[in-house]
Design a protein around this ligand. Structure first.
Ligand SMILES: Cc1cc2nc3c(=O)[nH]c(=O)nc-3n(C[C@H](O)[C@H](O)[C@H](O)COP(=O)(O)OP(=O)(O)OC[C@H]3O[C@@H](n4cnc5c(N)ncnc54)[C@H](O)[C@@H]3O)c2cc1C
Length: 485
């Protein structure tokens, strides 16, 4: 059957109302409905039964696993290329994680040039060269505007829908998928990827490797029953392991391991840190602006600053969070297992000398006060008792009795407020997963597994991650746009 038979004048396959007299339409489109209809109690298994019957005729060119950011963009990309596509999503709706991105506003890309984009990729930026030169953030913005989503750019180049609603991003993507005739099966969990192993020594598309195996389909589970869906191309867009309640439970990573592919151990990243050295409950809720954090550990026998950043952070009931802490967490995993100290410079704009002058000025204005009442204008109230204790200065001492040596200790406490990092918070609180399917296994020009014909991995399931600012979603869009079957 020709896929083209289902397309209208613009090359789009209307969904689902067209009644073209073809097997595909009658067997699939008629039975596969968007989630709303399933929620009214229709029988998903009946659909799957009919679909698996049709699948024996290989009605779909591509199965996509996961209807998140990467999966939706993949569906659009491949359907635009004339492929007949089905997406299986285990949730009852599309883009559950996308919905909560950017605090519900979805920072969908960053309005920056490619150089800045690559500077913000933490893991495997080189792997992304082809995908980003094929579809960069300017392309993403044009794409979304082109499918009817008005955008706005905010501080730091962060791009959001003009409406401030992430649901609008999901809505334009789902609408586009439907217009292209992509079928989305909700409440349908892919359990297995089926692989043919007899197909030896086929030249891969990239010519850089020899396929050892080929993909043959997937096993889908819905309403308690398993069904086999045959297909020559499968795209795994199941996300990483972070925020598992959104559906990203690491399935793609598990399959990659089972298939013998190299996987970089997944770790929570862009995640708050647990610390010792303070009573967290005392400082909980305190937010610090215009501070500088530096993380120090032993590198090649010497203590070194391994990450430094200026910005904002906050104290929580377990430790520290906020923008500079989240970014730091993405850079620290390579030192896991080592002692890691966090120093907060509470007055980064002032040198040691300038800070001393400032303290002397404050002291002279409070000449008859006790030391404990003299630094209110210098530090946030919640920090004062802790800094006083750490400085070793008698809090009841008159300000004019504080010695030069004591001022030095106070300066050190303010410029190097020390905490010990004891761990990362878990995947439940991690914005992204660092690690995943090794980029060495994938052809960067197509995202196909070099050794398995027809099998591709895209999005957060791949060992590639970036900082906050819209870069992670851009990774998902770029990987999905370069797919080639
Ligand atoms: C709180 C939060 C805020 C964020 N904010 C931003 C932001 O503003 N900007 C930004 O760039 N990035 C942000 N991110 C990161 C971004 O959301 C992810 O990088 C991105 O969603 C990854 O897309 P993905 O499609 O690879 O995976 P996901 O979005 O996780 O989608 C994977 C989909 O696959 C489905 N699935 C999994 N296993 C199966 C299976 N076996 N069968 C069927 N379906 C399956 C899941 O249910 C899910 O719907 C944020 C993340 C979080 C947690």
């Amino acid at each position: 059957m020709e896929a083209v038979a289902l397309r209208n004048a613009e090359g789009e396959r209307p969904f689902p109302s067209v009644t073209a007299p073809c097997l595909f339409h009658e067997s699939i489109v008629e039975y596969i409905h968007p989630v709303k209809e399933y929620n009214r109690g229709q029988n998903i298994m009946a659909d799957l039964d009919k679909m698996s019957h049709v699948q024996q005729n290989n009605e779909y060119d591509v199965v996509i696993v996961g209807c998140g950011a990467a999966g939706m963009m993949a569906g659009i990309t491949l359907a635009e290329k004339g492929k007949r596509v089905v997406i299986f999503e285990k949730n009852e709706k599309a883009g559950k994680k996308l919905f909560i991105t950017g605090k519900g506003r979805c920072n969908l890309t960053n309005n920056c040039d490619d150089e800045q984009f690559f500077n913000n990729i933490v893991t495997n930026p080189k792997f992304m060269y082809s995908a980003v030169s094929n579809f960069n953030s300017a392309d993403a913005m044009a794409f979304f505007e082109g499918i009817g989503l008005r955008l706005k750019t905010e501080r730091g180049g962060r791009v959001f829908p003009a409406s401030d609603h992430s649901s609008d991003v999901i809505s334009v993507l789902v609408t586009r998928l439907k217009r292209l005739g992509v079928d989305i099966m909700y409440n349908s969990e892919v359990k297995d990827i089926i692989i043919n192993s007899e197909e030896n020594a086929v030249k891969s598309a990239s010519d850089t490797a020899i396929y050892e195996r080929s993909v043959a389909g997937v096993t889908v589970r819905a309403e308690g029953k398993n069904r086999t869906i045959k297909c020559d191309s499968v795209v795994i867009a199941t996300g990483g392991c972070s925020y598992p309640l959104t559906g990203s439970t690491g399935d793609g990573i598990k399959w990659a391991r089972e298939l013998g592919l190299k996987v970089t151990e997944p770790k929570p990243a862009l995640v708050p840190l647990e610390v010792s050295g303070i009573d967290c409950k005392e400082l909980m809720g305190l937010s610090l602006k215009n501070i500088e954090v530096s993380f120090e550990t032993i590198v090649k026998g010497k203590k070194k600053v391994v990450y430094r950043e200026f910005g904002e952070m906050l104290f929580t009931h377990f430790g520290v969070s906020g923008p500079v802490i989240l970014s730091a967490s993405s850079h620290l995993h390579k030192y896991d297992g080592q002692d890691m100290e966090l120093f907060i410079d509470l007055k980064p704009a002032l040198s040691y000398e300038q800070l001393d002058k400032r303290m002397l000025k404050d002291f002279s204005e409070n000449i008859n006060k006790q030391f404990r009442n003299s630094i209110d204008s210098l530090l946030p109230r919640k920090l004062i008792p802790i800094i006083i204790e750490r400085s070793g200065i008698d809090p009841y001492k008159k300000v004019n009795e504080v010695t030069g040596k004591e001022r030095e200790q106070l300066r050190d406490c303010i410029k190097r407020f020390k905490l010990t990092v004891t761990g990362y918070r878990g995947f439940e609180e991690a914005i992204i997963t660092q690690g995943g399917v090794s980029v060495k296994e994938l052809n960067p020009k197509t995202m196909e597994v070099k050794s398995i014909k027809g099998l591709s991995f895209i999005g957060e399931v791949v060992d590639c991650d970036a900082l906050t600012g819209g870069y992670n979603l851009q990774l998902a869009w770029s990987m999905a746009r370069i797919l080639d079957m």
